[in-house]
Design a binder for this molecule. Structure first.
Ligand code: AMP
Ligand code: MN
Ligand code: MN
Ligand code: MN
Length: 283
C-alpha cells in the first residue's frame, strides 16, 4: 500500500481552483493517481461530488480540506484528511473561517483602487465559483485579465502580499481549533507546505510543537511548493516530531500550476505515509 501514486492536495471551483471536482477526478485518473483528495480552502462543499467522481473512475478517495490558520501573526495552512464530511462541528468551524472573506475582499479592492487599479472586486467576483470563498487567487486572475500583470505569480509579487497594495491582514482560525475540528471529525491534521512560511527557526519549532500538542499527526513533505532540498529537510522534521508524511501537488489550474495532479516524486521511503495511518478512512 505504501508506494502508490497518492495526490492529497488540490483545489476545485468550490474554492480557488478552475476545474470542477468531477474534472479534477478525471484528470487525476488520467494522470495515474491511485488515491486522491480534494482539499478546497476552508470548505468541504465539494466532498460528496469528489468522492462520487473518484469512485466512478475507480480511484480511491480521502476526504479533504485546507484550513486557513493564523499562527505567530502569519497565515499557515492545515490540511484535514479522512474526516467525516458530515461533521457539524467541522462544517460550523469552516463556515466561521470563511466568514470574513467578503469584507476583506472589499478592503483589498479599496486599496487597489487607491493604487490606481479600479474595479477589482467586481472583476474578481467573475472568477468566483463559491460566493463564500472569494480569495486572493480570484483577484490575481482578474488582474492578469485586466493587463495589470502578465501572470498570477507576478500579481502576488507586486500586490496582495505583505508590504504591497491590496494586502489586508486577516485573522483566520486558531491552530488549536483547526486541529480539533479535523481530529474530532475522525480525520488527520497535516501541516501544509511548511517551507512556504516566513518563520524563524524558533517560530517553526513552536508551530510543530504546538501542532503536535494539539493532536496534529502529519506534515506535507513532497508538495508542488517544495524544492527537493526541502523534501529532505521536512522528511527530517517529520522523523524528529514523529509525524506521518503527505504528498500533494496543490494543483489549482492547468494554466497556472507548475505541478500537475499525480506528478511528484515519491515520499522518501523512511517515512510513514499518511495513507497508511488513514487506511480505514479511505473510500
Ligand atoms: P487567500 O486564502 O485568499 O489568502 O489566498 C491564498 C491563495 O493564494 C493560496 O492558496 C494560493 O492559491 C494563492 N497564492 C498565494 N501566494 C501565491 C503566490 N506567490 N503565487 C501564486 N499564488 C499564490
Ligand atoms: Mn489556493
Ligand atoms: Mn496552501
Ligand atoms: Mn492548497
Amino acid at each position: 500500500m505504501s508506494i502508490i501514486n497518492a495526490d492529497l492536495h488540490c483545489h476545485s471551483t468550490v474554492s480557488d481552483g478552475t476545474l470542477a471536482p468531477e474534472e479534477l477526478a478525471a484528470r487525476a485518473a488520467d494522470n495515474g493517481v491511485e488515491l486522491w483528495s480534494l482539499t478546497d480552502h476552508d470548505e468541504i462543499g465539494g466532498q460528496h461530488r469528489a468522492a462520487a467522481a473518484a469512485r466512478s473512475h475507480g480511484i480511491k478517495y480521502l476526504t479533504g480540506t485546507e484550513i486557513s490558520v493564523t499562527f505567530a501573526d502569519q497565515t499557515v495552512h492545515i490540511l484535514g484528511l479522512g474526516f467525516d464530511a458530515d461533521s457539524a462541528q467541522l462544517r460550523q468551524g469552516l463556515s466561521e473561517t470563511r466568514g470574513g472573506r467578503r469584507q476583506r475582499a472589499m478592503e483589498m479592492a479599496e486599496q487597489l483602487a487607491a493604487a490606481g487599479i479600479p474595479g477589482t472586486y467586481a472583476g474578481a467576483l467573475k472568477y468566483v465559483g463559491n460566493p463564500e470563498l472569494i480569495s486572493r487567487t480570484h483577484f490575481a486572475r482578474f488582474m492578469v485579465e485586466a493587463g495589470v500583470c502578465r501572470e498570477t505569480s507576478e500579481v502576488f509579487r507586486k500586490y496582495l502580499t505583505e508590504g504591497n497594495p491590496g494586502y489586508v491582514p486577516h485573522r483566520w482560525a486558531s491552530l488549536k481549533n483547526a486541529v480539533r475540528w479535523i481530529t474530532e471529525a475522525g480525520g488527520m491534521a497535516v501541516i501544509a507546505h511548511p517551507a512556504r512560511y516566513p518563520f524563524t527557526a524558533n517560530e517553526e519549532f513552536a508551530l510543530f510543537s504546538e501542532f503536535k500538542a494539539h493532536g496534529g499527526q502529519g506534515v506535507e513533505v513532497v508538495t508542488g511548493s517544495h524544492t527537493p532540498a526541502e523534501y529532505l529537510r521536512y522528511a527530517g522534521i517529520a522523523r524528529e516530531f514523529g509525524l506521518a508524511a503527505s504528498r500533494g501537488s496543490d494543483f489549482h489550474s492547468p494554466g497556472e500550476s507548475h505541478t500537475d495532479l499525480g506528478q511528484l516524486p515519491a515520499l522518501p521511503d523512511t517515512l510513514t505515509p499518511v495513507w497508511d495511518v488513514l487506511a480505514d478512512r479511505i473510500l
